[in-house]
Write a protein that binds this ligand. Structure first.
Ligand code: GLN
Length: 488
């Protein structure tokens, strides 16, 4: 049996029924990693010894007849910008290439309490800035559906690991689409929770008002299981919300009768690949046939979302990344002869091109002469974007859009940064408004997976999970396994 092809909830059954042990399962995953990792490059760091030790503990518990949590003994992987005590956390940057954290992120603490297994840390765009995972200091990740294409980003390693069978579940982070877009490019499920649902404590900050951790999984049930473990108030993150965390598996009901699904007309216009559009339209028809009501809505400020994001996100990044100065953290140039020179050289050599581009952009828009013209204006536009969603949700319960206007494109470096930035038009507004969004596989175009995004009201992950689950139960897309084809 190919254990790596199963979901977390299927494997939980096998573990408690003693059909397989966690040690066997964990070994099976490392065998799969050994077999395909030189093609995919989904991981930055593996942690086999600790993973097997943890698996043995879970096995002992099962043998003693004790109850285990749903994710106990099930091997997953963590995006490399989430702090893991004692396990290297690099943000795929030269700057942090030797950093061993001294504390666990809140989500890691929760997952450890549930006795899950961490196989290792997954590759990403440097400091989560990007959409392709090409900017990693540790080399690009390749898309398991076609190794000559990008896996998306910035959580490209986490999504590719799921698609290639190199992990059962993974964590990503999403500032402007970095969970949903790679999930869509790799035929996975990915959910960005409502801002504040999940503590950001221990997630290396990119843009603090937008960042949110969430799961990338094979199906909607697994996404709900991971959410159950990672959500909740944390005193270390003042923006984490003190609200009740429902049991998200209760939302997994295959029924959309009477659900009002809004189609924002701005998301179906210019730039949308007709083949992607056709798959999304098929999904809409299916929802209609299953009893949902389809309404057209408008989000009139959509066209300003990407440009305001590229003011706000770099502004926050320039402040957050100021701490990497060669003194307190990370890479240091040792040839410099003065402190200012040391800091300058450490930052020049430690950061890659995209990170430096964003630090410069952010510093510029926050500088005294330009603050009002750029940063303040962008914050005002952000409010308008949020209000668009408030208006739209008066007419519907969820919004349905393509997750990305295109499928995964070739790894050839031919796309210029601006064209890549503009492709995030479907995911960025969701972060700007702090809303929950999920991407679910809904078809194929040119042999590559297409993802559908469902956006919910604040804290209403339950409704998007229900809508996603209903669609998933009526289709087989999530069961198709990536062929690892291509020329790489
Ligand atoms: N692609 C977007 C960017 O480059 C989003 C990244 C993210 O969500 N971390 O900023």
């Amino acid at each position: 049996m190919e254990l790596y092809k199963l979901t977390a909830h299927e494997l939980h059954e096998k573990l408690v029924n003693k059909e397989v042990s966690s040690v066997e399962l964990t070994n099976a995953l490392y065998e799969r990693i050994d077999a395909v990792e030189d093609k995919v490059n989904a991981y930055v760091t593996l942690d086999k010894e600790n993973a097997l030790a943890q698996a043995a503990k879970v096995d002992a518990k099962i043998a003693a007849g004790e109850e285990i949590a749903p994710l106990a003994g099930v091997p997953g992987a963590i995006k490399d910008n989430i702090s893991t005590k004692g396990l290297r956390t690099t943000c795929s940057s030269k700057m942090l290439s030797n950093l061993i954290p001294i504390y666990d992120a809140h989500v890691i603490k929760n997952l450890r309490a549930d006795e899950t297994i961490f196989l290792g840390k997954t590759n990403m765009d440097e400091f989560a800035m990007g959409s392709t995972t090409e900017s990693s200091f540790f080399g690009a990740t390749h898309n398991p559906w076609n190794l000559d294409r990008v896996p998306g980003g910035s959580s490209g390693g986490s999504a590719a690991a799921i698609a290639a069978g190199e992990a059962i579940w993974t964590l990503g982070s999403d500032t402007g689409g970095s969970i949903r877009q790679p999930a869509s490019f790799n035929g996975c499920v990915g959910i960005k929770p409502t801002y504040g649902r999940v503590s950001r404590y221990g997630c290396v900050a990119f843009a603090s008002s937008l960042d949110q951790i969430g799961p990338i999984t094979k199906d909607v049930t697994d996404a709900a299981l991971v959410l159950n473990t990672i959500c909740g108030k944390d005193e270390h993150d003042s923006t984490s919300l003190n609200v009740e965390v429902p049991d998200f598996t209760k939302a997994l009901v295959a029924d959309v009768k009477g659900l009002r699904i809004g189609l924002p007309k701005e998301y179906f216009g210019e730039g949308l690949d007709p083949k992607v559009k056709a798959e999304i339209e098929k999904a809409v028809k299916q929802y209609e046939a299953m009893g949902a009501e389809i309404v057209e809505v408008s989000l009139p400020h959509t066209e300003y979302a990407v440009i305001t994001y590229y003011i706000i996100a770099p502004a926050e990044a320039s402040a957050n990344l100021a701490r990497f100065d060669g003194v307190r953290y990370g890479y240091r140039n040792t040839a410099a002869t003065s402190a200012p020179e040391m800091t300058t050289m450490s930052r020049t050599e430690g950061f890659g091109a995209e990170v430096k581009r964003r630090i410069m952009l952010g510093t510029y828009v926050l500088s005294s002469g330009y603050y009002d013209a750029y940063y303040k204006k962008a914050m005002q536009v952000r409010t308008l974007i949020r209000k668009d969603f408030e208006e739209a949700f008066k007419q519907c319960d969820v919004l349905l859009t393509p997750t990305s206007p295109v499928v995964a494109y070739p790894i050839d470096g031919k796309m210029d940064p601006l064209s890549i930035y503009l492709l995030d038009v479907t995911t960025i507004p969701v972060n700007m408004a702090g809303l929950p969004g999920i991407s679910v596989p809904c078809g194929f175009a040119d042999g590559m997976p297409v993802g559908m995004q469902l956006i919910g009201k604040p804290l209403d992950e339950a409704t998007i999970l229900r809508a996603a689950y209903t669609f998933e139960q009526a289709n087989e897309y999530h069961k198709v396994f990536a062929p690892l084809g291509g020329n790489k």
